[in-house]
Design a protein around this ligand. Sequence first.
Ligand SMILES: NC(=O)c1ccc[n+]([C@@H]2O[C@H](COP(=O)([O-])OP(=O)(O)OC[C@H]3O[C@@H](n4cnc5c(N)ncnc54)[C@H](OP(=O)(O)O)[C@@H]3O)[C@@H](O)[C@H]2O)c1
Length: 205
Amino acid sequence: MKISANIALTLDGRIAGIDPRQRLGSKLDLQRMKSLRADADAVLVGGRTFRDWPLPYGGGAPLINAVLTNAGVGAHIATPLQRWSDSRVRLIVLTSTKNVRDEKIACPELEVVSTPTPTVAWALSTLEGLVVDHVLCEGGGALLGELIALKRLNRLYVTICPKLLGEGALLFDGAVGDVSLQILNSEKQGDEIFVSYQCTYLPEE
Ligand SMILES: NC(=O)c1ccc[n+]([C@@H]2O[C@H](COP(=O)([O-])OP(=O)(O)OC[C@H]3O[C@@H](n4cnc5c(N)ncnc54)[C@H](OP(=O)(O)O)[C@@H]3O)[C@@H](O)[C@H]2O)c1
């Protein structure tokens, strides 16, 4: 299964401002995000990102939206689900078994897949079981860091946004796995730079 990630990054290394719903990228960045989604079978996000953006992550074609969460997201989804849903988007919450009841109470129609102790590796194998060939991770940094630590991230798309926020979430706030990034393409459009990287990893010794 191919795994890509797409992230908008400020010049001071942030992926969100004090208001996490502040968009960092331009309309063009939004268009690019949708075209990356069109190339994927599933969009994977962490619970924190979903609680900030509890909307369908759609691209026009049928798409799975998977949310990996311990804290739960059911209470953040407008119910009944059809009011929230884009009919082409299938929302699946990947969570701990102990959360299933609360998620179902908050949003009865929600599709929930659970395991006693969720991990990113489990989330990926669950998606593989749903015949997903290409996962696009849309963050945030915590989830992205875990994909790199697992040596599973293949392709990274970064929009470098001409912003200095000074405050807000950094892409990474701790150690990151050992990954080597080779530029595949870079393109300046307006004041933004769109860069795609191939990720490679040293084999285990
Ligand atoms: N600029 C961008 O392109 C961009 C993209 C995405 C997000 N963002 C923003 O970046 C900010 C920071 O996001 P972040 O990096 O903290 O968040 P994140 O990666 O979305 O979320 C981390 C969350 O993912 C869930 N998670 C991660 N590993 C898990 C595991 N093994 N088992 C179960 N759940 C797991 C947990 O959700 P629970 O808390 O639900 O347990 C955890 O809090 C947010 O404000 C977000 O909106 C920006």
